[in-house]
Design a protein around this ligand. Structure first.
Ligand code: BG6
Ligand code: MG
Length: 217
């Protein structure tokens, strides 16, 4: 397939931060007087902070002024930051480093393509920054996944044509973004949820180096 650029989503692919996002959103929902379930949280994966709050308020049937909206965004992020404050390497998902090291040893360009504005501090906390040649995050994009912008910027910065890139993603919106970018999409999660992906694996322990080798040949 001769793939020469490898792009990783962060939340739910490299680290299991989805649970911390969920706890922070649930705290806000509860403070506003309604429940927010883990099932509802599925819709938040890959989605920008602002869009998540819009969906949350819709679930709770709450109208907000611009000031309230902005202050709830800040409140959620502060809670999220305090939950990830002590995060370390132990929270890297299984075998992520195996795949990153394999690609690095083969001199493959590697990028992060995340909707999160907290991506850089998280990569630093889990000490994975050195693997990445390029980091594109929520501070660089104007259009959210499923728009391909984040991955197209990553490909451009890597100096690789989009069709030569592979994307690892756990979110439905992220798989659509990769497909929209003309890239090979690899879903990390459940096949029935990520049905639009070119390949799906439950997690990186299921991806052997032979598979990665085949992508590079
Ligand atoms: C994505 C997560 O990676 O980043 C979403 O899957 C999250 O759940 C989004 O809302 C934005 O993250 P942050 O850290 O900028 O609030
Ligand atoms: Mg994700």
């Amino acid at each position: 397939m001769k793939k020469t650029g490898f792009i990783f989503d962060l939340d739910g692919v490299i680290v299991d931060t989805a649970k911390y996002h969920y706890l922070a959103w649930r705290k806000l929902a509860n403070a506003l007087g309604f429940e927010f379930t883990e099932e509802q949280n599925e819709q938040f994966k890959g989605v920008s902070r602002k869009r998540c709050l819009e969906i949350l308020l819709n679930i709770g049937g709450i109208q907000a002024t611009k000031e309230q909206f902005n202050s709830w965004l800040v409140e959620k992020n502060e809670d999220y930051l305090s939950l990830i404050e002590n995060m370390d390497e132990s929270e890297i998902l299984p075998d992520v480093q195996k795949v990153l090291s394999f690609l690095k040893n083969h001199n493959m360009p590697i990028a992060l393509g995340s909707a999160s504005k907290n991506a850089r501090p998280i990569l630093e906390k889990v000490k994975l920054m050195d693997y990445f040649d390029v980091v594109v995050d929520g501070t660089h994009v104007t259009k959210a996944k499923p728009d391909p912008e984040v991955f197209l910027i990553a490909a451009e910065q890597l100096g690789v044509h989009p069709e030569d890139c592979v994307v690892f993603e756990d979110a439905v919106a992220g798989i659509e973004a990769a497909n929209n970018a003309g890239m090979l999409s690899i879903g990390i999660g459940e096949a029935k949820v990520l049905s639009k992906a070119n390949f799906v694996f439950a997690n990186f322990t299921e991806i052997d180096v032979k598979f990665i080798n085949r992508l590079m040949e």
